[in-house]
Design a protein around this ligand. Structure first.
Ligand SMILES: Nc1ncnc2c1ncn2[C@@H]1O[C@H](COP(=O)(O)OP(=O)(O)O)[C@@H](O)[C@H]1O
Ligand SMILES: [Mg+2]
Length: 314
């Protein structure tokens, strides 16, 4: 049965057609005969407990420069959709959090992927702390004395924002680095939140592995190897995507996380593993579907739609 699907995303004219996971999901949905509607988060309106948006029918094409067409804008109640894809990109700020509160109003009649309350409760670098045996030595704080003690213990450390993304403001400090004081001051004025202080993992030069789980099960992976002159493996920072397999330890990580993700309605999740250590659980708007397929991996968009269709038939 065709589903009535809405996608909540950033402006579609700006996406990277070749790399965007949301776009891969839309192409697959359309190929399966589902009807697509499009809106940006700023079009949501919660009126007397009923959630509305101004949506446009959407057609997508895998053609650079001509990847979509939109029909006439119409005000619709969100509960008229079978499925809403929550796919806007971070920042994970109060604007993002507000949309998760609003989307909760259409559940359980409408399936929201990923589940908005659980997206809100699982910021990528905070969720990991539920699995302390899987993560590297990690401190979340803005307390100078706590950071000094952690640095004295571990020597070589990384400092990065708690709600950062795309490799923004990720710094390595060796034991001898005299920039620590200034960097501390800069973080303290830049961020209101605590931040992450983590043991530096030398294995990063072999890559930061993105492993995708669909409804709690391993679906595919890609290794991202940093450029020789950068710490960061993020593809937007020049990291190179390489085909990869899972180690025994990485399979164990997937098995540990699977039930927690399934329980919370986190259907499409990307976890990041450096040298066997879990550093992030991405639930807001994970990416990697197209990169996995480009290196000969499985069609994860198809796996995700298989799951969504199965859930809608219950
Ligand atoms: N503890 C660490 N040890 C070594 N490299 C790290 C560490 N933490 C982050 N990095 C590097 O920085 C990149 C970005 O950090 P990450 O924690 O993934 O934040 P973001 O959300 O910005 O992607 C990683 O892909 C990795 O290359
Ligand atoms: Mg990352």
């Amino acid at each position: 049965m065709p589903l009535n699907v809405a996608v909540q995303m950033d402006p579609i004219e700006r996406i990277n057609v070749r790399g965007d996971s949301t776009f891969a999901l839309l192409l697959e949905a359309q190929a399966r005969g589902h009807a697509l509607s499009y809106y940006t988060p700023d079009r949501l309106a919660l009126r007397d407990g009923h959630l509305f948006t101004t949506a446009q029918p959407l057609k997508v094409r895998d053609t650079l420069g001509d990847h979509f067409s939109l029909g006439a804008a119409k005000q619709v109640e969100l509960k008229s959709f079978d499925v809403v894809l929550l796919r806007q990109d971070p920042p994970f700020d109060l604007a993002y959090i507000s949309t998760t509160h609003m989307l909760e109003r259409v559940q359980p009649g409408t399936l929201v992927v990923n589940d908005p309350a659980n997206v809100r409760n699982a910021p990528e670098k905070v969720f990991v702390t539920e699995f302390p045996d899987l993560m590297p030595p990690t401190l979340v704080t803005r307390d100078l004395e706590a950071i000094k003690a952690f640095r004295a213990e571990h020597g070589d450390i990384v400092m990065k924002p708690l709600y950062g993304h795309g490799g923004g403001a990720v710094f390595r400090l060796t034991r001898e680095d005299l920039n620590f004081g200034s960097l501390y001051d800069m973080f303290a004025v830049t961020f209101r939140e605590p931040w992450v202080v983590q043991a530096f993992l030398p294995a990063v030069k072999e890559g930061d592995k993105r492993i995708i789980l669909v409804d709690g099960e391993f679906a595919g992976a890609i290794n991202r190897v940093p450029a020789p002159d950068d710490l960061r493996s993020n593809m937007v920072r020049g990291g190179a995507a390489k085909a990869t397999d899972l180690s025994v330890r990485e399979r164990h990580i997937c098995e540990r996380l699977g039930p927690a993700l399934r329980e919370r309605g986190l259907l499409f999740v990307g976890i990041d593993v450096i040298g066997g250590f879990l550093t992030e659980i991405n639930v807001t708007s994970p990416t990697g579907i197209r990169a996995v397929k480009n290196v000969g991996g499985p069609d994860i968009a198809a796996l995700i739609w298989d799951k969504i269709e199965a859930k809608r038939q219950i």
